[in-house]
Design a protein around this ligand. Structure first.
Ligand code: UDP
Length: 401
């Protein structure tokens, strides 16, 4: 499987991975997160885990369990760590969090592993299980640089009990993280169903199946139904564009099993759509990879208007398909889009509408930025680069930090 990546990467990349993994044969690695499906973390683990195994690392993946109450608390915690505001953690929330942490600690066997990667705040408390000789790493996928103070205080003790932390970009690191920090941006997999090449005819048939007109311009945002993805702002921007250009908006999304707010946001988005037949709100099953792929390929402009964003894998996914992305000038989106070269970074709804219009009216510009976007992803955001970063991290963990 690894050699199949050779056609996307620079010469020598696969050899380099094999060399890096040579001394790591038989090292036992566990990844723990909170959902098997939905969201970027699961997306990456689905591919990274088998590739690590192929390189000789004994790599497993476990998912913590929890009921609605637990995920309500972790979602609250997630939002509070992402940004201040909103309801603070109640003592009863802390009790719920700890109760499930201990329940998960009881059923997830972390003992046989040399290295345990714990993803995001939901399973963070599992560090209570750390055994002597093991290395535990907290892989944080969100921006915790300016959290709500009380929420941060709650997680801080856990975080500093790890051997190391990993963040997507340096700006996301919170002061007060006292353990070594590594910077590893996420990646996309060009061989995933979500990203493989598709026949134009197939793309067209998927677009039509959803009732979208392939002959008129399509603006697309792919995102879980979550306020932080600002679907309402996207609708507003589309309405501004629509005054000038006869176009369509597609909001494709789903609910993640660890996000209790999804349904509520979905129905609000439907309300915001109103009677407009050119706004398509698609609530897709979580395994609709080929459909998302086709929608991204069928779109003229892809938008990612998030208010906060860990990384925004959807940005790289669209860029890989040669699409110029108009994305918020925040977090990981800023890392992916080079303004004016591979897409546009925007700071407002009006700005979003302006850039969408510019791209829809200038076919050459659209094509040029799209071409650059693809090359940017090829160089910096493919899974082979990610794998290399993990191998280097494992080397340094085992050699002592
Ligand atoms: N995704 C999907 N179906 C959807 C919405 C999102 O398959 O209805 C995928 C999307 O293609 C991407 C991931 O879920 O691979 C979302 O990752 P991102 O980093 O953009 O956002 P997150 O959901 O992790 O905040």
């Amino acid at each position: 499987m690894l050699e199949e990546y050779e056609r996307f990467t620079d010469p020598g990349t696969i050899k380099e991975l094999e060399l890096l993994a040579k001394d790591l044969k038989g090292v036992r690695v566990l990844h723990v997160n909170s959902t098997k499906e939905g969201g970027g973390v699961a997306e990456i683990l689905h591919r990274l885990v088998p590739l690590m195994n192929e390189l000789g690392i004994e790599c497993h993946w476990e998912v913590i369990r929890g009921d609605e109450e637990f995920f309500r608390v972790t979602k609250k915690l997630h939002n509070l760590l992402h940004m201040p505001g909103g309801k603070t953690l109640e003592p009863s929330d802390v009790v719920t969090y700890m109760r499930y942490t201990f329940e998960n600690a009881a059923h997830i066997d972390t003992d046989p592993y040399d290295i345990v990667f714990v993803h995001d705040p939901q399973p963070l408390g599992l560090i209570v299980k750390k055994k002597k000789g093991q290395r535990w790493v907290w892989r944080c996928h969100i921006d915790v640089s300016s959290p709500e103070e009380e929420a941060w205080k709650f997680v801080e003790t856990f975080v500093n009990s790890y051997d190391a932390t990993v963040f997507h970009i340096p700006e996301f690191v919170r002061e007060g993280v006292k353990v070594p920090t590594f910077i590893i941006p996420p990646s996309i997999d060009p061989l995933h169903e979500k990203n493989v090449e598709l026949e134009e005819e197939f793309v067209r048939s998927v677009v039509e199946r959803f009732g979208i007109d392939p002959e008129r311009p399509i603006i697309l945002q792919v995102s879980r139904f979550d306020r932080l993805k600002d679907p309402f702002g996207v609708i507003e921007a589309y309405r501004i564009v629509r005054k000038r250009i006869d176009c369509q908006l597609v909001l494709a999304g789903s609910f993640a099993s660890d996000d209790p707010e999804g349904e509520e946001v979905y129905s609000e988005v439907l309300k915001a759509k109103g009677e407009d037949p050119d706004i398509h709100v698609l609530n897709l099953p979580p395994d609709s990879h080929i459909e998302i792929n086709a929608l991204q390929r069928g779109a003229d402009v892809v938008v990612q208007k998030s208010v906060r964003e860990g990384f925004g894998l959807t940005v790289s996914e669209a860029m890989w398909k040669g699409k110029p992305v108009v994305g918020s000038n925040i977090g990981g989106i800023r890392r992916q889009i080079i303004n004016g070269v591979t897409g546009y970074l925007v700071n407002s709804t009006e700005g979003t509408a302006f850039r969408i219009k510019q791209l829809l009216l200038d076919e050459d510009l659209k094509r040029r930025l799209g071409r650059n976007a693809k090359e940017r992803v090829r160089r910096s955001f493919l899974i082979t680069r990610h794998l290399k970063d993990y191998l280097i991290l494992i080397h340094s963990l085992l050699k002592g930090l």
